[in-house]
Design a protein around this ligand. Structure first.
Ligand code: HEC
Ligand code: HEC
Length: 251
C-alpha cells in the first residue's frame, strides 16, 4: 500500500501568538494540516539531553521533522537550529549546545553510539519545580499561565484535582482535542511525557498541585501521587483522545 507523502502528514500547531512573522509565513504556506499522531511513533534514541528535545522541539510541530532529518551533519544541525531560532524557538546558549550535541550524536551522519539511559540516582529526591521548568514551560510558560487559545494554564487549574491519577494519565499518554479551562477554550495537543521517569512525573504533579495558586489542601479527597502509582499506570496505555474522554467523564 503506498504511503502518503511524508510532508502531508507533518503538523504545525496553532502557536501563532509565539511565532515570529517569518514562522507565521511558513506556517501559512504549509496549510497548517493537523494529523493527530501518537507521540510514540516519534521516539528518539535514548541519550543525554534527549528530554530537552522533547521539551523544546514539540511546541510548533511534532518530532516527525526531527526523525526524518536523521543523518544530517553536525554543521547542518547547527544551521537548522539557526533556522528554528529564526522561527521563534527560545533556547539559552547552554540548551542550544546540549540539543546540538544530542542531535549530531544520535541523529547525525555517523553511526550513533549505543543508546544511553540517563537515570537519576535512586536515592536523590526529584525536584518537581526543576522538572516543570525544564519540560513544561516552553508551552505552559514560566508562570504556568499558558498561552491564549493554544496552551492551557496549569496555574489555578482545578483539573489537576479531577482524580488522583488524571494528571499522570495526561503526562503518560498525552491529550488531544478541545478543552475548556476556567471558561477559556484551548485547542491543541499535549504530547506524551512517558520518557520522563516515574519519580519525575510524580514530582512535577505534586509540585503543580501546590504551586501557582493550586492548593492541594483544598482537595482533601485527592492523594499525593507516588512513583509506584505512575509505574502501574504505564501498563494502562491510552490514546490521547481517550484521555480527553476520561477528562470529560470526570467533570
Ligand atoms: C517556534 C516554532 C518552532 C519550534 C519551537 C521548532 N520548530 Fe522546527 N520548524 C518550524 C517551522 C515553521 C518549520 C517548517 C519549515 C519549512 O517546512 O519550511 C520547522 C521545520 C523543522 C524541520 C524540518 C526542516 C526541513 O527542511 O525539512 C526540522 C528538522 C526541525 N524543524 C527541527 C526542530 C528542532 C530540532 C526543534 C527544537 C530545537 C524545533 N524544530 C523547534 C518551527 C519550529
Ligand atoms: C508542546 C507543548 C506542551 C508541553 C511541552 C507540555 N504541555 Fe501540557 N498541555 C499542552 C496542551 C496543548 C494541552 C491541552 C490539550 C488539549 O487541548 O486536549 C495541555 C494540557 C495539559 C494538562 C491538562 C490540563 C487540563 O486542564 O485538563 C496537564 C495536567 C498538563 N498539560 C501538564 C503538563 C506538564 C506537567 C508538562 C511538563 C512535564 C506539560 N504539560 C508540557 C501542551 C504542552
Amino acid at each position: 500500500m503506498p504511503l502518503a507523502p511524508a510532508r502531508s502528514r507533518r503538523r504545525i500547531s496553532h502557536v501563532t501568538s509565539r511565532l515570529t512573522t517569518l514562522a507565521l509565513a511558513a506556517y501559512v504556506a504549509l496549510g497548517a494540516a493537523s494529523f493527530p499522531l501518537r507521540a510514540a511513533e516519534f521516539d528518539l534514541p535514548k541519550g543525554p539531553n534527549r528530554a530537552l528535545v522533547y521539551a523544546k522541539c514539540r511546541t510548533c510541530h511534532d518530532l516527525q521533522y526531527v526523525v526524518e532529518s536523521k543523518g544530517l551533519t553536525a554543521d547542518a544541525w547547527d544551521g537548522l537550529l539557526d533556522d528554528m531560532e529564526g522561527f521563534g524557538v527560545e533556547l539559552t546558549a547552554d540548551e542550544r549546545q546540549k540539543i546540538h550535541t544530542y542531535l549530531s550524536t544520535y541523529m547525525g551522519d555517523k553511526p550513533a553510539p549505543a543508546e544511553t539511559v540517563v537515570t537519576a540516582q535512586a536515592d536523590t529526591p526529584v525536584d518537581g519545580g526543576a522538572v516543570f521548568s525544564e519540560n513544561c514551560t516552553s508551552c505552559h510558560q514560566n508562570d504556568a499561565r499558558g498561552i491564549e487559545e493554544t496552551f492551557p494554564p496549569l496555574a489555578e487549574n482545578r483539573d489537576l484535582f479531577l482524580s488522583d491519577t488524571f494528571p499522570a494519565k495526561v503526562l503518560l499518554n498525552g491529550m488531544s482535542g478541545t478543552i475548556t479551562v476556567n471558561g477559556n477554550s484551548f485547542e491543541g495537543e499535549m504530547p506524551s511525557f512517558a520518557h520522563l521517569s516515574d519519580a519525575e512525573i510524580a514530582a512535577v504533579i505534586n509540585y503543580l498541585r501546590s504551586h501557582f495558586g493550586n492548593n492541594a489542601a483544598a482537595h482533601p479527597g485527592i492523594s499525593r501521587i507516588t512513583a509506584d502509582t505512575v509505574a502501574a499506570l504505564r501498563n494502562q496505555e491510552m490514546d490521547p483522545t481517550q484521555v480527553l474522554a476520561l477528562r470529560a467523564s470526570l467533570k
